[in-house]
Ligand binder design. Structure first.
Ligand code: NDP
Ligand code: DXP
Ligand code: MN
Length: 393
């Protein structure tokens, strides 16, 4: 039984979930389902999957919900009890992030569209269970500064960052030699660049180890995901880029590790199951039985590792470069990648054009140092326009 106690008594943890119908959102609700005595759901936000959202509302009984459009809001209102408040669009997402009694907000929408609601949740003093890595990539300096100012904890949900958080266990930065993020290599790990020219969307969506939303699955295949994660680690752990490395590990059993200055290495292991890091963020600093299977190293037998080939995966080099440049460069990397992946998923461009679109966007951009929020939004919009128009013809 999980209880959250302070001097005034024991309470249930109150949650709002942004992106409740997605891969992370539904697995967060699996964790809630496994511990009904510990969690209450105050707010749910989704995009277009009204059918699933209605089922979630009837099961978890939040007081407020939000959907992607006004039309969906009208539709859902007719099917829900009248005491449930229904919102929509960006303001709706902000209402779920900041306008409920939730103490913890799980940010599980995809992309930098999660930035305004994440900032609103921080401003409202909510603890953040952070899955939406694009938010930290596009505006890491603003998000982390605001969280510090408000005394708000950013608890990582991304598996590698949850692993690093657990390995670091509060140790100061001076004791750390290097953070290493492991990378599965994604759907095309063993294909040559020549073979990548004609891969299909269906092939790209077959991740070897994880079942995830489509955008992140493509990011894994291009290695842009690991690039985003390097920048995410930089901001979450206040670590310079030359102390962050990436190692190819096809099995996704070691989720990441920390090498300390005395040469000791501490790693976090587990089966690839996001409900484990999600639950850790929700119960932190406590640990409880998770709705997940136990890892048997004897059954696995061996684990493999390979040096990262940066020529094979140029998106990773570009992300390191953007991170080191800082300012608006990571915003450009992220926005160009979001558009390029959407175009690939839409069947508009071949797989290898994703990296060309990112390279073009970074090359033409004049970096603005220490950008304010408005500059971030303007850079994001300009980059999206350029990436949408990019053509090989
Ligand atoms: N999946 C995973 O295992 C991992 C994911 N992450 C990160 O977590 C985030 C979510 O990923 P994932 O769960 O895979 O993505 P999914 O695509 O599975 O889910 C995205 C969610 O966002 C919702 N959404 C889309 N548009 C809107 C909108 N306008 N307003 C409100 N909600 C909206 C979707 O709703 P609907 O479906 O109803 O349209 C869905 O609930 C990403 O940033 C990803 O990088 C990080 C580590 C692991
Ligand atoms: C589950 C998770 O955290 C994903 O970000 C995962 O790490 C993707 O795996 P690769 O990017 O290593 O293929
Ligand atoms: Mn990850």
């Amino acid at each position: 039984m999980i209880t959250y106690c302070n001097l005034t008594g024991c309470t249930m943890k109150k949650l709002a979930i942004l992106g409740s119908t997605g891969s992370i959102g539904t697995q967060t609700l699996d964790v809630v389902r496994a511990h009904p005595e510990a969690f209450e759901v105050e707010g749910l936000a989704a995009g277009n999957n009204i059918e699933l959202l209605i089922q979630q509302v009837l099961e978890f009984k939040p007081s407020k919900v939000s959907v992607g459009s006004k039309q969906s809001a009208e539709q859902i209102k007719q099917q829900l009890p009248s005491h449930i408040e229904v919102f929509y669009g960006e303001q709706g997402l902000i209402e779920i992030a900041a306008g409920t009694d939730a103490d913890t907000v799980v940010t599980a929408v995809m992309g930098s569209m999660g930035l305004p609601s994440t900032l609103a949740a921080i401003d409202a003093g909510k603890t953040i269970g952070l899955a939406n890595k694009e938010t930290l990539v596009t505006a890491g300096h603003l998000v982390t500064a605001r969280a510090r100012q408000k005394g708000v904890q950013l608890l990582p949900i991304d598996s590698e960052h949850s692993a690093l958080f657990q390995c670091l266990n509060g140790e100061p930065r001076e004791r750390v030699h290097q953070l290493t993020l492991t990378a599965s290599g994604g759907s095309f790990r063993d294909r040559t660049r020549e073979q990548l020219k004609h891969v299909t969307v269906a092939d790209a969506l077959k991740h070897p180890n994880w079942s995830m939303g489509s955008k992140i699955t493509i990011d894994s295949a291009t290695m842009a995901n690991k690039g985003l994660e390097v920048i995410e680690a930089h901001w979450l752990f206040d670590m310079p880029y030359d102390q962050i490395s990436v190692l190819l590990h096809p099995e996704s059993i070691i989720h990441s590790f920390v090498e300390f200055v005395d040469t000791s290495i501490i790693a976090q292991l587990g089966n690839p199951d996001m409900r484990v890091p999600i639950q850790y963020a929700l119960t932190y600093p406590d640990r409880q039985q998770a709705p997940s299977s136990r890892l048997s190293l004897a059954q696995i037998g061996q684990l493999n590792f390979r040096e990262m080939d940066y020529n094979r995966f140029p998106c990773l080099s570009m992300a390191f470069e953007a991170g080191r440049l800082g300012g608006t460069a990571p915003t450009v990397f992220n926005a160009a990648n979001e558009i390029a992946v959407a175009r690939f998923l839409n069947g508009e461009i071949p797989f290898l054009l994703i990296e060309d679109i990112i390279a073009d966007a970074l090359q033409q951009h004049e970096v603005i140092a220490n950008p304010e929020l408005e500059v971030i939004y303007a850079t994001d919009a300009q980059t999206r326009a350029r990436a949408s128009a990019f053509s090989v013809l």
